[in-house]
Design a protein around this ligand. Structure first.
Ligand SMILES: *Cc1c(COP(=O)(O)O)cnc(C)c1O
Length: 432
């Protein structure tokens, strides 16, 4: 299978090349030239087997094809269960059972396993530069930890990630280096971008990124939707409807692709936090990307969702068809707080602030009858609530147990090097 850019100005490439590049050379996002046929998928298999069957057509003819079973076994070695909620016909699709307790573990681990197997021109390590406001960097660092030939440099704004997040970034050691930057997340991102664009630096120190536009992160995310929808359909005869908490639209785009292949998913609803560029567009307004605003669901603080170009491509640039295909709603911080307290008080259920956006939207759709009583709906639970204890614990009035994989990480000693918020400082460290 060949992949082209959403902007149409880059040559078609194979999957390995698209994964190695991340962004297409014309600044667009890689998409398949044509959607593959739906492979025959059976319910009742392991998640890794579903992933392998679903992804095989995308890897056909690529040098990585032979390694796909091993890549899937390594990346999908924790479950993504559908858990029934107290309210009838409502479920959570729990995507937080990985090492850093967020759904990004799936994509980051799959990408790491792919990059570790790609041939390299020489024996110098490939350095992955990640700027993070918390979740992404932790998932990427944990996914690449210990993989030969790969090194990760994580930049995070000192004092602006939660203590638990900072710990997760600094506790791995080995091929993972964490830098606490004396600046903002935007400073970190600007420094990372400058490094990735510095060809003189790259001649000495080959670099790559691991952000959510990479096909190596996007494609594997189809697997948990397919796995859940197939098991649900086999058990009930009914398709599953989804609400996806959305920031850069990577997770939701994977659901759209899976449905496009023929996975039994009905509606896909987008839930954002107070960043409402998508709800505005889907309500009929223009698409107005801008800077993100800070919210309690901080991994979704995105003002310019990077996968929007892929969604437009999927609808052939037809804005009317795209608008007709989705409902998108925004949930503000007051609603996030209210939802977390209410679900806990009424049902003893505890969700993270991102999942709360999704569940708040589902409750609205239920009360308006848009989600009909007999329909089955699942909210993608994107992170474990214990990752956001500073928000969740005061609202529910009790401490949360940390999941074992995350607890194991938090047990390790952590170390981050201070770094000035300047590109020359980063450059010098990369070459050291
Ligand atoms: C990254 C993230 C999101 C948003 O996912 P996108 O793919 O960017 O839309 C939602 N919730 C959590 C916990 C995240 O880490």
């Amino acid at each position: 299978m060949r992949f082209v850019s959403t902007r149409g100005q880059a040559p078609a490439v194979g999957l390995s090349a698209a994964i190695a590049a991340g962004l297409a050379p014309d600044g667009g996002l890689y998409v398949p030239q044509t959607l593959p046929e739906m492979p025959s998928l059976q319910a009742g298999r392991e998640l890794a087997q579903t992933a392998q069957a679903l992804l095989a057509p995308w890897f056909a003819g690529d040098p990585l094809a032979a390694a796909l079973p091993a890549i899937c076994d390594a990346a999908f070695d924790f479950p993504a269960p559908l858990q029934a909620l107290a309210t009838p016909h409502d479920w959570l699709l729990e995507l937080f059972h990985g090492p850093t307790a967020a759904f990004k573990d799936f994509g980051a681990r799959f990408l790491a396993q792919c990059l570790a197997r790609l041939p390299r021109p020489d024996d110098r390590p490939l350095t992955i530069v990640v700027a993070t406001s918390g979740d992404t960097g932790a998932a990427v660092a944990a996914a690449f930890h210990g993989l030969p030939g790969l090194r990760v440099v994580v930049l995070y704004p000192d004092g602006r990630v939660s203590p638990r997040q900072a710990h997760q970034l600094g506790c791995l050691g080995g091929n993972i280096q964490a830098f606490k930057v004396a600046g903002s997340f935007d400073d970190c991102q600007a420094m990372a971008k400058q490094a990735l664009a510095d060809t003189a630096l790259q001649a000495q120190c080959p670099l790559s990124s691991a952000n959510s536009i990479s096909l190596g992160r996007l494609l594997p995310q189809m697997a948990y939707y397919a796995h859940a929808a197939l098991s649900h359909h086999a058990a009930t005869g009914r398709p599953l409807n989804l609400v996806v908490p959305t920031g850069n639209l990577g997770n939701a785009m994977a659901a759209v692709l899976a449905r496009g292949l023929g996975v039994p998913l009905a509606q896909i609803v987008l839930a954002t936090n107070a960043n409402h560029v998508l709800p505005d567009f889907f309500a009929g307004g223009d698409y107005h990307p801008g800077p993100g605003v800070a919210t309690l669901a901080n991994a979704m603080d995105v003002g310019a969702p990077s996968n929007f170009e892929r969604l437009q491509w999927f609808y052939h640039g037809d804005a009317a068809a795209l608008r007709a295909g989705f409902v998108a709603r925004s949930v503000d911080d007051a609603q996030i707080r209210a939802l977390i307290s209410q679900r806990h008080q009424q049902y003893g259920e505890v969700v993270c602030p991102h999942t709360a956006c999704g569940l708040a939207v589902l409750q609205q759709l239920r009360s308006e009858g848009v989600a009909a009583p007999g329909q089955d709906w699942a909210v993608a639970a994107t992170a474990h609530p214990a990752k956001f204890e500073g928000v969740v614990e005061p609202l529910i009035g009790q401490a949360l147990a940390v999941p074992p994989a995350l607890a194991a990480l938090l047990q390790r000693p952590a170390h981050a090097e201070p770094l000035a918020a300047s590109y020359p400082a980063l450059r010098a460290r990369l070459l050291a």
